[in-house]
Design a protein around this ligand. Structure first.
Ligand code: EPU
Length: 410
């Protein structure tokens, strides 16, 4: 059973501060990034409840503090979505530089371009982004690359701006569409989310709403890969199959059989002794997601033949390879390309997760390996996967033991 999408949740929660009225968000994953955002919203003056069942109730009427706390912003990239939100509602925001997984340089020039085009002034004062505006107004923005963050930030700024905004060459990930749908449910006027161009007609005010987040397609892909890693026969439920078409196609190329229902994927792997090698090139959606490059590469480490993995989005997303090598993988890295010569087996080892998806990759390696694998740095995994131990336990008792033994420190 797949939970709500992390990268939609981390956009929708800050977006709720664009109104003074109560917003209820359902199907949220109760993961560390969501808890961190709850703390940030409360710090700013909002009242937030997490009554259970994936629900969050946000009362943003009391927001007065316009400076986000550094100890929290540095924990996650998405904290900077608060900047256009506070700017749009109050005309001012102070945001200590956002953190997030250390997977590359992660510049914010495209976000700044979007905010400048809408009339904001943003200065870096000792590591704090100080944004001001006399009143945002619509503008035309052409993004140099389809950046998820810049698309969401510009969209968040544009909904309350005066006039029309057009953003060209935007990201098309499912969480972009989900965020736009959430904003529209608050009374915004956004068209074209999911295509290359988003058009926004600014409105005077937004109202409260009740909204259900889409299922997480990266968690879906991770579970499909986990099913393949354990050669199981697994039904992954509560999914939107079209969101993971690139992953399904790649797994089928490797020899996995997949039956697709309206909201489930049946992943058959018991018939496969050894998967076929495959090549992967990460791309913006609907291409193969960079967030699933790591677990898929691990799966390919025991495939028959040589696989070529090309990481085009981030320059530093092969850090997990060193750990998987210690488990027996035969990998050579040349710049942003990893060459994997399939080996017979991986062997359990003590390994360390350097970031969220690297952690997911090591979990996959643990499922595949002979013997026990101990993964350090589990807090990274908890940033993005809710109850991963319980969910993987459905794949077999060994998994339960493995995950329950993981130390919770880093
Ligand atoms: N880029 C720039 N300038 C910018 C913005 C981006 O050069 O101003 C470059 C980046 O360096 C990168 C590429 O554009 O090479 C794409 O970056 P993007 O802005 O799309 O990434 P992001 O918004 O920082 C989100 C997800 C990531 C996911 C990427 C790519 C969230 C909170 N994060 O990051 O998710 O890898 O899109 O799909 O939505 C994760 O969930 O583990 C994760 C890291």
């Amino acid at each position: 059973m797949i939970g709500g999408a992390k990268n939609a949740a981390v956009a929708v929660i800050p977006a709720a501060l664009l109104t003074e009225e109560i917003c209820v968000v359902d199907n949220l994953p109760y993961i560390n990034d969501v808890f961190a955002l709850r703390d940030m919203l409360e710090f700013l003056g909002a009242k937030v409840e997490l009554p259970g069942g994936g629900r969050m109730v946000i009362d943003p009427s009391g927001v007065q503090n316009l400076r986000a706390p550094e100890n929290l912003t540095k924990r996650m990239r998405a904290s900077y979505y608060l900047m256009p939100v506070l700017l749009g509602r109050f005309g001012r925001a102070e945001l200590p530089f956002p953190g997030g997984c250390a997977i590359g340089a992660r510049p914010i020039d495209q976000t700044l371009k979007g905010l400048y085009a809408l009339g904001a002034d943003v200065e870096n004062v000792g590591g704090v982004l100080c944004a001001t505006s006399e009143g945002l107004r619509g503008g035309d923005v052409y993004l140099d690359m389809p950046s998820v963050g810049a698309t969401i930030n510009t969209m968040l700024a544009a909904v309350l701006a005066k006039g029309n905004t057009t953003i060209v060459n935007v990201a098309k990930e499912p969480h972009i569409v989900d965020c736009a749908n959430f904003l529209n449910s608050m009374g915004a006027n956004i068209k074209g989310a999911g295509t290359d161009t988003i058009r926004i007609r600014g409105v005077k005010r937004l109202h409260g709403t009740e909204y259900t987040i889409i299922p997480d397609y990266i968690e879906t892909g991770t579970m499909m890969i986990a099913a393949a890693a354990s050669h199981g026969d697994v039904v992954v439920r509560n999914v939107i199959p079209t969101h993971v078409e690139s992953v399904s196609a790649k797994l089928m190329e490797m020899g996995v059989r997949i039956d697709e229902g309206d909201d489930y994927l049946h992943v058959h792997c018991t018939h496969v002794k050894q998967y076929r090698a495959a090549n992967i090139k990460t791309q913006p959606y609907p291409g193969f997601p960079t967030d699933l490059q790591q677990p898929t590469a691990v799966l390919l480490s025991t495939a028959k033949g040589t696989s070529i993995i090309t990481e085009t989005i981030y320059e530093n997303r092969f850090k997990y390879i060193e750990e998987v090598r210690r488990m027996g993988a035969n990998v050579r890295i040349i710049d942003r390309v990893a060459l994997l010569e399939g080996v017979d087996k991986l062997y359990g080892a003590r390994v360390r997760a350097s970031d969220l998806r690297a952690g997911a990759a090591l979990v996959i390696a643990g499922l595949m390996a002979e013997g026990e694998t101990i993964i350090e740095g589990v807090r990274h995994i908890n940033r993005g996967y809710e109850n991963i131990a319980t969910k993987l336990a459905g794949l077999g008792a060994d998994v339960q033991t493995l995950i329950d033994d993981l130390p919770e420190y880093d």
